[in-house]
Design a protein around this ligand. Structure first.
Ligand code: NAD
Ligand code: G6P
Ligand code: MN
Ligand code: MN
Length: 459
C-alpha cells in the first residue's frame, strides 16, 4: 500500500493528481493521500479536498483522503512526498511579474527577476520540508513540482543529504505531444533527447520507434514557424486558452489540433538543429514578449492576474457538491496534464519500470560542461533506485552557452537564498540575460526585496 503526502494540497491542480492516482490504481495502489496546506490556504484545501473525496468515492476505490495544516502529522511513513506549493500565493506572483514590468523588464514567474524572487522565497521552505522528511520519512521520494522547479531541485541536491529527489515539469511531455501532432504519430511512439535545464532546454534529437527523425522534425517545424508571425502565434495561444470551457470547448479542441510550439527564424533553427522549449521565447524574442507583457501590464492582465480570476472560477466549480470529476476548465492553467508526469514517475519508481521520462535530477556526468552535482532537465530511465539520466556528452556551442549561463544564475540564486547574501543575488541578476543593467539589477532587487520582505527571512 502506498502513502502519498502532497504539500500545497489546496492547489487547484490537485483534482488532476487525484485523477491520475485513480487511473493508475491497479499498478499504484494509493491507500492514503494526505493533502497538506497552511492557514492561508485552508479554505482552498477544504474545497479541493472535498472534491477529491467525491472523486475517489465515485471511482469506488479504497483510497483515503486526509486534509491537514500540520505537515509533521502527515509525513510519518510516507512513501512519496509531492510538493506543489506557492509561497505568498498569487499575490506574490503578481509582484514578481508587475515590478520588473514597471521598469520595462520581463516579469515572469520562473525567469529573470521574478524567477529569482520566487526561488528566494521557495528555497528556504523546501529545505525546511526536507528536514521534516529526514525526521519522519527518510526513505520517501520527494517529487517536486514547485517552481522554479530546477532551482528547487538544485537546492535540495546541494544543500541537503536527501538524495531521493526528482523535479518535474510538464513542458517536455507537452513538447513530445506537440511534436507527435506535427508528425501525425501517436505521442507514445516518440522519444525526445532533451538537453538543458527546467524551462530552459532544447530537444536535440527526436526518435520515432527508436529511429531518429530529426531532419523531418526540423523541416516541419521550420515550415510551421514560417507560417506564423510571432505576435500572431502568441495571440492565438492566449485566446485559445482563455476560451476553454466556453462554447462547448471548441477552443480547447482547436488548441489540441495545433502543436504548442513557438516560432523561431529558419536561420536560427537550422543553426541550432534543435527544438527550443517554449520558455526560450523570453530569451530569443525578448523584445516581442516584452511588448506583449507591457500591454498586459497596462490592462491589469499580467498572467498572475488572469490566473487569479481563473482560479476563483475553478473554486466556484469545485464547490458544487454534484461535481465528482476534474472539470475541463482546469486546462486553462499552464500546468494542464501535469498529473501524468507526476503519477507516471511515481508509478515507475514504485514498480521499478525502467521506462524513460523527462525529469530534473543530478547531472552525474550526463552533460559535459555542467557540474556533476548540479541538476539538469533530461531524459532518464526510471528505476526503483530513481532516475538514471541518459548521457548526452558535449553540447554544441550553438546551445551550450545559454544553458551554462542559466545554470550559473540558478546556482547563485540557490546560494543567495540559503545565505541571504545580497552580493551574490545581484551577481546572479547580472548573469541573467533578461536583466540588462547592473544599476537596474541593484535598484529593482531592493524594491522587490521590500515588496516580498515577509517571505524572505534570510535577507
Ligand atoms: P497555488 O497558489 O494554488 O498554491 C498551492 C497551495 O500552496 C496553496 O493552497 C497555498 O496555501 C499553499 N502553500 C503556500 N505555502 C505553503 C507552505 N509553506 N506549505 C504548504 N502549503 C503552502 O499554486 P498553484 O498555481 O497550484 O501552483 C503550485 C506550485 O506548483 C507553484 O509553485 C507553481 O509554480 C507550480 N507548478 C509547477 C508546474 C511545473 O511544471 N513544475 C506546473 C504547475 C504548477
Ligand atoms: C507551465 C509550466 C509550469 C508553470 C505553468 C504556469 O505548465 O511548466 O511550470 O507553473 O505553466 O501556468 P499558469 O496557469 O499558472 O500560468
Ligand atoms: Mn518542522
Ligand atoms: Mn514547468
Amino acid at each position: 500500500p502506498v502513502k502519498i503526502v502532497t504539500i500545497g494540497g489546496g492547489s487547484s491542480y490537485t483534482p488532476e493528481l487525484v485523477e491520475g492516482f485513480i487511473k493508475r490504481y491497479d499498478e499504484l495502489p494509493v491507500k492514503e493521500l494526505w493533502l497538506v496546506d497552511i492557514e492561508e490556504g485552508q479554505e482552498k484545501l477544504e474545497i479541493v479536498g472535498n472534491l477529491a473525496k467525491r472523486m475517489v468515492e465515485k471511482a469506488g476505490l479504497p483510497m483515503k483522503i486526509f486534509l491537514t495544516l500540520d505537515r509533521e502529522k502527515a509525513l510519518p511513513n510516507a512513501d512519496f512526498v509531492t510538493t506543489q506549493f506557492r509561497v505568498g500565493l498569487l499575490d506574490a506572483r503578481i509582484k514578481d511579474e508587475r515590478i520588473p514590468l514597471s521598469h520595462g523588464l520581463i516579469g515572469q514567474e520562473t525567469n529573470g527577476l521574478g524567477g529569482m524572487f520566487k526561488g528566494l522565497r521557495t528555497i528556504p521552505v523546501i529545505l525546511d520540508i526536507v528536514k521534516d522528511i529526514k525526521k519522519y520519512c527518510p526513505d520517501a521520494w520527494l517529487i517536486n513540482f514547485t517552481n522554479p522547479s530546477g532551482m528547487v531541485t538544485e537546492a535540495v541536491l546541494k544543500y541537503t543529504d536527501h538524495t531521493k529527489v526528482v523535479g518535474l515539469c510538464n513542458v517536455p511531455i507537452g513538447m513530445q505531444m506537440s511534436l507527435a501532432l506535427m508528425l501525425d504519430v501517436p505521442p507514445e511512439k516518440l522519444r525526445l533527447q532533451i538537453a538543458g535545464l527546467n524551462h530552459h532546454f532544447f530537444a536535440t534529437d527526436v526518435f520515432l520507434e527508436g529511429k531518429s527523425v530529426m531532419p523531418e522534425v526540423l523541416e516541419k517545424y521550420i515550415a510551421f514557424s514560417n507560417e506564423y508571425a510571432i505576435k500572431e502565434r502568441m495571440a492565438m495561444m492566449k485566446a485559445s486558452r482563455e476560451n476553454i470551457g466556453k462554447e462547448g470547448h471548441k477552443a480547447e479542441e482547436s488548441l489540441s489540433k495545433t502543436p504548442m510550439l513557438m516560432p523561431f527564424s529558419e536561420a536560427f533553427l537550422r543553426g541550432i538543429q534543435a527544438v527550443p522549449c517554449g520558455y526560450m521565447m523570453y530569451y530569443y524574442h525578448t523584445k516581442e514578449m516584452l511588448e506583449m507583457e507591457v500591454e498586459e501590464y497596462k490592462q491589469g492582465n499580467v498572467r498572475a492576474e488572469v490566473v487569479k480570476r481563473t482560479e476563483a472560477e475553478l473554486f466556484e466549480l469545485y464547490k458544487d457538491e454534484h461535481l465528482n470529476i476534474k472539470p475541463p476548465q482546469l486546462e486553462k492553467r499552464g500546468g494542464a496534464h501535469y498529473s501524468d508526469a507526476a503519477c507516471n514517475l511515481i508509478a515507475s519508481i514504485y514498480t521499478d519500470k525502467g521506462d524513460i521520462q523527462y525529469v530534473n535530477c543530478k547531472n552525474n556526468g550526463a552533460v559535459t560542461g555542467i557540474d556533476n552535482n548540479s541538476g539538469v532537465e533530461i531524459a532518464a530511465v526510471i528505476t526503483a533506485d530513481g532516475p538514471k539520466p541518459m548521457a548526452i556528452g558535449t553540447l554544441p556551442p550553438t546551445i551550450r552557452g545559454t544553458i551554462q549561463n542559466i545554470k550559473a544564475f540558478e546556482t547563485l540564486v540557490c546560494e543567495a537564498a540559503v545565505t541571504g547574501d545580497k552580493n551574490i543575488a545581484i551577481t546572479a541578476l547580472n548573469n541573467n540575460p533578461l536583466v540588462p543593467s547592473d544599476t537596474m539589477a541593484a535598484e529593482i532587487f531592493e524594491e522587490m526585496l521590500e515588496a516580498h520582505k515577509r517571505h524572505l527571512p534570510n535577507f
